[in-house]
Design a protein around this ligand. Structure first.
Ligand SMILES: Cc1cc2nc3c(=O)[nH]c(=O)nc-3n(C[C@H](O)[C@H](O)[C@H](O)COP(=O)(O)OP(=O)(O)OC[C@H]3O[C@@H](n4cnc5c(N)ncnc54)[C@H](O)[C@@H]3O)c2cc1C
Length: 393
């Protein structure tokens, strides 16, 4: 179905919202994005864009912008957190030709997506907090905090973890605390460091770090198992000393990074089920959700933004490739759900595997080391279903 002139309202100007807005506008749709913030911006932190996400950015015409804004990663290295010894290295040179793995500052990714959306003619409306999505009438209606009612023929909820669009489709489902908390920080880096993501694994905790912006900065995410509840949000500051104390038993390399931490944020990791319902077709309009609104994931596989990019491209392609929203959205949801559920489950499993202790840890690390020696490409090959998948193909 032609999307030329089709009026679409997207809720949220994050990765999913900006990407789907550009994808639809490139096919001729008239897209408006409603964003709650007073500016399009991101928190100071890094993101890994794996080949499956990079393929979407390239097809959206943003490949060069991604290359300019990011660092090409050369490897992902699992290390014993306590002594720093290498357990396994995934050599990203083994990716198929043309496939790239990128480290990018979130603000840089959002900036390139925003530019891409505006260049394609998307209208971005700021300070538009959506309180609820009303599905009682013939079309979906976004009810804003100012009391406005924005009616749409096609509404796309890209409004993240606490999505009102998801609630409209699924009701409220309480997430559960995983008894893990995470700190995030960005510290001054060393430009001579290799372009590798390092995962330092210790009993009950792990720390992931990689360079950003040519190595001038270093991104850190540190996860610890904990009984105590911590809120799920990105704005709670913590004392850097708490982070240093939690990882005091880790290798000098990790402790050296943590010495440089001046500002640190802490949040609780919650598990949300993949939404049961991703769309609804009404007499005169439709609502669909994507990205974190549909399938929030724990950060242990670095796939939330990559899935959001895949969703964005495939949703626009489905709408253009079917007659009518009902067929398009049903096919899209049926195609995406099993893949996203599998990725979310794989991220959950990583949390357990990184935090082994005692004999299980010795055996687990031993198996990984041996596997890396006997079949150095096997670890990456095992994830071919994930990184090798190109939704734009
Ligand atoms: C520590 C950590 C590390 C991560 N690392 C990676 C990684 O390396 N690679 C990766 O792929 N993913 C990673 N992720 C996941 C990734 O950040 C998210 O999955 C991704 O940002 C989801 O994009 P989104 O557009 O769906 O949601 P969001 O990025 O949350 O965007 C939602 C947008 O909607 C707006 N909004 C929300 N509510 C409303 C409302 N009511 N009204 C109007 N606007 C609204 C928000 O302001 C925001 O702009 C990580 C996550 C964490 C926590």
């Amino acid at each position: 179905m032609s999307l030329i002139g089709r009026r679409v309202t997207v809720l949220g100007a994050g990765v999913a919202g900006l990407a789907v807005a550009r994808a639809l506008a490139m096919r001729g749709a008239a897209v408006t994005v409603l964003e709650q913030a007073d500016a399009i911006r991101e928190v100071g932190a890094g993101l890994q864009v794996s080949p499956n996400g990079a393929a979407v950015l390239r097809t959206l015409g943003l490949g060069e912008a991604l290359e300019a804004a990011s660092m090409r990663a050369s490897g992902v290295v699992l290390r014993d957190g306590l002594d720093g010894a290498q357990v396994l290295r995934m050599d990203l040179a083994r990716l198929r030709p043309g496939q790239g793995w990128h480290f990018v500052h979130r603000a840089d990714l959002i900036a390139l997506l925003e530019r891409g959306a505006r260049e394609a003619g998307v209208e971005l409306r700021l300070l538009q907090k959506v309180e609820a999505v009303d599905l009682a009438g013939e079309r979906p209606v976004a009810v804003t905090a100012q009391g406005g009612r924005v009616e749409a023929d096609l509404m796309i909820g890209a409004d993240g973890l606490h999505s009102p669009a998801r609630i409209a489709l699924n009701g409220k489902v309480a997430p559960f605390f995983t008894h893990q908390v995470a700190w995030r920080a960005v510290v001054p880096g060393d430009t001579s460091d290799p372009a590798e993501a390092e995962v330092h694994m210790g009993p009950g905790k792990h720390l992931v770090s990689y360079p950003l912006r040519g190595g001038q900065w270093r991104n850190i995410v540190a996860v610890e198992e904990r009984r105590r509840w911590v809120e799920e949000g990105w704005s709670l500051r913590d004392d850097p000393m708490e982070l240093r104390l939690a990882f005091a038993g880790f290798s000098p390399r990790v402790r050296g990074w943590l010495e440089r931490v001046e500002d640190v944020w802490l949040w609780g990791l919650f598990r949300h089920p993949v939404a049961k319902v991703w769309h609804r077709c009404m007499p005169l309009g439709s609502l669909a959700i994507l990205g974190d609104a549909a399938h929030p994931t724990l950060p242990f596989l670095a796939q939330g933004a990559n899935m959001a990019l895949e969703d964005a491209w495939s949703l626009a392609a489905a709408l253009a490739g079917h007659d009518g929203d009902a067929a398009a959205l049903a096919a899209w949801e049926a195609g995406r759900k099993p893949r996203c559920a599998r990725i979310v489950e794989a991220a959950n499993a990583n949390a357990r595997n990184y935090h082994l202790s005692g004999a299980k840890r010795a055996i687990g690390h031993g198996v990984l080391r041996l596997g890396g020696m006997v079949a150095p490409g096997a670890a990456l090959k095992r994830f071919d279903w994930l990184y090798g998948h190109d939704v734009t193909a």
